[in-house]
Design a protein around this ligand. Structure first.
Ligand code: GAR
Length: 207
């Protein structure tokens, strides 16, 4: 296998998807290595888990910066210190500027709990139930300037059961998120998927 790609994970809270990525990357055959976890909230529970795994962590509070661009340029400095090839947003609840997303275009991916392009934004499970969906799920997509808008790499579907609440549905989707995200990162890090200059997802067979 060629050298493992260096991946930084951005979180804001619980970090269960981060945990799934860290676990997957322990496999010697996995094409990515997690080199750092960043949080915009110092109290994010996920940071503690990353530390117990011996992974470098960093936090910056946006409130300490005058502008969003200043915050993001400090963040890019951290990611460059870690020599990150790719970044994974895993429950990172900050809107990023077009400057940042353009800088990382093709190298940043996000997981979102809906079958995009349906239900961008928040409260996806409640909105799917309220709309009478029979199917819901999650998507991993390239990060582009629009919120939850970039081209989709992979999706997983779950049925919406009669009597589902947002919590029961979220729990069922989360099980799929934990499988989908490591698989999507594997595809990216191995070169099976990439983003071309026209923002189309290009797929190639494994070498
Ligand atoms: C996950 O369900 C993720 O899909 C969602 O936040 C949760 C984070 O959980 N992300 C978004 O809604 C992004 N728009 P985690 O911290 O346990 O991974």
């Amino acid at each position: 296998m060629s050298e493992k790609k260096r991946v930084a994970i951005l979180i804001s809270g619980r970090g269960s998807n981060m945990t799934a990525l860290i676990q997957a990357a322990k496999n010697p055959d996995y094409p990515a290595k997690i080199v750092g976890v960043f949080s915009n909230r110092a109290a994010a529970p996920g940071l503690e888990y990353a530390r117990t795994e011996g992974i470098p962590t960093a936090t910056l509070a946006q409130s300490k910066f005058e502008t969003r661009l200043d915050f993001e340029s400090a963040l890019t400095g951290i990611l460059e210190d870690w020599h990150a090839d790719f970044i994974c947003l895993a429950g990172f609840m900050r809107i990023l500027t077009p400057e940042f997303t353009t800088h990382w275009q093709g190298k940043a991916i996000n997981i979102h709990p809906s079958l995009l392009p349906k239900y961008r934004g928040l409260d996806t499970h409640a909105r799917a139930i309220a709309s009478g969906e029979t199917e819901h799920g999650c998507s991993v997509h390239f990060v582009t300037p629009g919120l939850d808008e970039g081209p989709v790499i992979a999706q997983a579907r779950v049925p919406v059961a009669p009597g589902d609440t947002p919590d029961t549905l979220a729990a069922r989707v989360l099980i799929e998120e934990h499988k989908l995200y490591p698989e999507a990162l594997r595809m990216l890090a191995s070169g099976e998927v990439a983003l071309d200059v026209d923002q189309n997802v290009v797929r190639s067979l494994p070498a």
